[in-house]
Design a protein around this ligand. Structure first.
Ligand code: KDG
Length: 334
């Protein structure tokens, strides 16, 4: 039985080998991706045990996912091979300027066929009662009705079993519009202890504009609105601006930590998942919220410094070096 349980769609991602528009891209590198799988691998590299529940197709891409997750030490006993559908794929371009286009080929995919029966089977095998932590994202409830029902069922069982539940909002506007996403993510946030998101994701579920009532630019109003939904901790991911956390347990005070300076962002996709892995690892180790933000920022920076969602996820030694260096390259550490 693992300490952490997560569920969702693990995809194969084809990432443009060179920067430039997708219309002109003919070479891609293949990676394993998917937000929850990224978090699972991040935690496993940091020495924490994780089970991943999901579905892949009975095809080579599904086999590639199995091999990678198994090789990273993630528990995949409840990663079902579904011969009725193919493994979900995504293609993304790389751009130095502007935002990079993502194309999904995941509608009706094996991953989107995740359902309540899968969760009930995992629960019967003790994956929920044996765990300490459940990590959810806003992507799984977006991919299908059955995956949404599976997400809520897991949250319900985890709550009853007393697990800590984290929810990374991961609002994917290519999968669903804000009007559909917001009420569902609010409902999920109400089941969670910890909600993590960028200011615009938090604003979407709070139903208020970014910075509303906060003339100093501090997202305090937004955070308070999200805390009112139910979680006791809200973590705001500010990208290059670092991160901050507000907890009702520590008299509502705000803790902020700067991002690690990153001379070159090679690939920012997956950095948010790495951030979550660092944060969860630190909290599993009973570290303070301040230290959890430091772990999170270091993991996020390490992920953004390499191509592919999971490539740069640090192991324990690499994390220690990053934390000690504050982001300087190792040869400049004194
Ligand atoms: O956070 C990274 C994910 O966005 C990427 O791996 C793919 O899960 C994914 C998604 O649905 O966008």
């Amino acid at each position: 039985m693992a300490e952490v349980l997560t569920l969702g769609e693990c995809l194969v991602a084809f990432v443009a080998s060179e920067p430039g528009p997708l219309a002109e891209t003919s070479r891609f590198d293949r990676f394993v991706a998917g937000a929850e799988a990224n978090v699972a691998v991040g935690l496993a590299r940091l020495g924490h045990s994780v089970d991943f529940v999901g579905r892949v197709g009975a095809d080579g891409f599904g086999e590639a996912i199995r091999r990678r997750l198994r090789g990273e030490g993630v528990g995949i006993e409840h990663l079902v091979t579904d011969d009725q559908a193919t493994t979900g794929l995504m293609f993304r371009e790389r751009r130095h300027l502007g935002s990079a286009q993502v194309v999904y080929a995941r509608r009706g995919s094996a991953g989107s066929r995740l359902n309540v029966d899968d969760i009930n089977r995992a629960a019967d095998d003790g994956l929920i009662r044996g765990a300490r932590w459940l990590h959810l994202t806003g992507i799984t409830p977006a991919i299908s009705e059955s995956a949404r029902a599976a997400t809520f069922r897991t949250a319900e069982l985890a709550r009853a079993a007393g697990l800590t539940i984290s929810l990374d909002l991961n609002l994917r506007r290519k999968l669903w519009p804000d009007e559909t996403a917001a009420p569902i993510l609010r409902r999920l946030a109400a089941c969670a202890d910890i909600v993590l998101g960028s200011t615009d994701e938090l604003a979407a579920i709070a139903g208020q504009p970014v910075g509303d009532g906060d003339p100093d630019g501090h997202p305090g109003g937004l955070v308070r609105a999200v805390l009112r939904i139910g979680p006791s901790i809200v973590v705001v991911k500010l990208g290059a601006g670092g991160a901050l956390v507000v907890s009702t347990d520590v008299s509502g005070s705000t803790v902020a930590r700067p991002a690690l300076p990153l001379p070159v962002v090679v690939d920012p996709v997956g950095a948010g998942d790495a951030f979550c892995a660092g944060f969860i690892a630190a909290r599993l180790e009973a570290l303070s919220l301040e230290r959890a933000l430091e772990y999170a920022n270091a993991c996020g920076a390490a992920a953004a410094a390499a191509l592919g969602d999971q490539t740069g996820l640090p192991n324990r030694d690499e994390l220690a070096i990053l934390l000690a260096s504050g982001g300087d390259s190792p040869d400049t550490i004194r």
